[in-house]
Design a protein around this ligand. Structure first.
Ligand code: RFL
Length: 395
């Protein structure tokens, strides 16, 4: 059996940032990842990083490529009734801006730096099982290349996302689970086409939400609202472009460029939180503990925020035998998580077509319309949107 201080399950943003921050403080860890390196470095997901997330990565020397290649954004465009409305969030938030940088590129940067700094990481591990979590000496069992392995650790960080094993290793009855499925889903599309916009577009339309996101000068990301459980086969490329053209249309001559679709998939939307984010010596971070609807683009940012708090708490425990950070970890994370849940849910209900089967659908549609109009006519409302979008730092 090998030993380490912190066994980290999952090489996503949460696990990798945690590993780096611990190493900086001289706390040893080993990262175990189910997928291959190539797979995690190509997995298309998020792309929008908050000001505070970038600052945090930068402070720890993890943002060199991100700074060089990411695009700074200072506003979004909201479209409804064929008109566009700009929300200049940076102006409303003392210059704090967002950064567009693909999650898979960030993950690739973090892995490259981790390996270059001599960090321990094993890819393609199978059958991960967590043992003795409520004792002094937890253990992670797994197999790799057909061999059974055991990793003894002082603490386990469950950073293995929503579908990982860590959360499920906690005995029944310990966690309080909040799980709400929204009546919306997204067709996510990656296309080989230059963006038709300089800023992200969120369009509210009677046919459903459409989003034009940014990736690079040659690749763009789009989202279209659909029904939960709608198979991707019902979205041939021609239908995707036709719907984007309709839902993003404005009356001032703006044109949407089309190009080959590289990837497409359907994503459901849920608000999911477990409390507490801990059991014995296991601490959950990121999507393993909470999922927010993707409309607010917050999941990765929450994962990095959790990793930072956990790194601080574990460092204090290891070097100063001070458990106060670990004791408060769950509560500290959840304060931010619930703020972000509320904002992401609000933004989802603001921008999506309310399905007919929704209770009080007509009332909700009227409320949605009132909110949209308030947002584009009131500086106070736009400031509220802006500070949540860019990320509240004091939660
Ligand atoms: P991840 O990224 O899912 O990483 C977990 C890792 O654990 C591995 N794993 C295991 N490893 C070992 N053993 C096991 N048994 C394992 N089971 C799983 C997995 O292979 C994986 O490598 O979780 P983490 O680190 O918590 O990071 C969370 C973020 O990935 C997620 O919240 C974001 O992608 C959410 N999200 C967005 N977040 C943003 O901040 N900004 C955005 O613009 C944004 N856009 C999005 C999004 C998520 C989306 N989808 C796909 C739901 C857009 C979409 C469409």
């Amino acid at each position: 059996m090998t030993r380490t201080c912190v066994g980290i399950v999952g090489a996503g943003p949460a696990g990798l940032v945690l590993a780096h921050l611990l190493a900086e403080q001289g706390v040893e860890s080993v990262v175990l990842e189910r997928q291959s390196r190539d797979y995690v470095e190509k997995r298309v997901r998020a792309g929008l990083l908050e000001h505070g997330t970038v600052a945090r990565l930068e402070r720890h020397g993890l943002a060199e490529r991100l700074r060089a290649r990411g695009q700074v954004h200072r506003g979004v465009e909201l479209r409804f009734d064929g008109a566009r409305h700009r929300i200049a969030y940076a102006e409303l938030c003392a210059g704090r801006h967002m950064m567009v940088y693909a999650q898979q590129d960030l993950v690739a940067d973090l892995i490259r730096l981790w390996i270059a700094r001599g960090g321990a990481i094993a890819f393609e591990v199978e059958d991960v099982a967590l043992r003795h979590l409520d004792g002094e000496r937890p253990e992670i069992r797994y197999s790799r290349g057909g061999r059974e392995e055991r990793l003894g650790c002082d603490w386990v960080a469950g950073c293995d996302g929503y579908h990982g094993v860590s959360r499920g290793s906690i005995p029944p009855g310990v966690l309080r689970v909040h799980d709400h499925r929204l009546p919306f889903a997204w067709v996510g599309v990656l296309a080989q086409v230059a963006p038709s916009t300089e800023e992200i577009i969120y369009a509210q339309h009677e046919r459903g939400f459409a989003g034009h996101m940014l990736r690079s000068q040659t690749v763009s990301r789009f989202y279209l609202q659909t029904e939960p459980d709608d198979p991707i086969e019902s979205w041939p490329d021609a239908r995707i472009w036709a719907e984007l053209q309709l839902r993003l249309a404005v009356t001032d001559g703006w044109k949407l460029r089309e190009g080959p679709v590289l990837e497409k998939s359907v994503t459901e939307m849920r608000s999911f939180v477990v409390e507490p984010m801990q059991f014995g010596r296991l601490f959950l971070a990121g999507d393993a503990a909470h999922i927010v609807p993707p409309t607010g683009a917050k999941g990765l940012n929450l994962a990095v925020a959790d990793a930072r708090l956990l790194a601080q708490a574990l460092t204090r425990r290891v070097h100063a035998s001070d458990s106060s950070g670990l004791d408060a970890y769950s509560e500290d994370c959840l304060r931010r998580v619930w703020r972000v849940q509320e904002f992401s849910s609000w933004m989802s209900w603001l921008l999506h077509r309310i399905p007919d089967a929704t209770p009080d659908a007509e009332l909700r549609r009227r409320l949605q319309r009132a909110q949209l109009e308030y947002l584009v006519t009131s500086a106070a409302a736009r400031t509220g949107f802006a500070e949540n979008y860019v990320g509240l730092e004091r939660v």
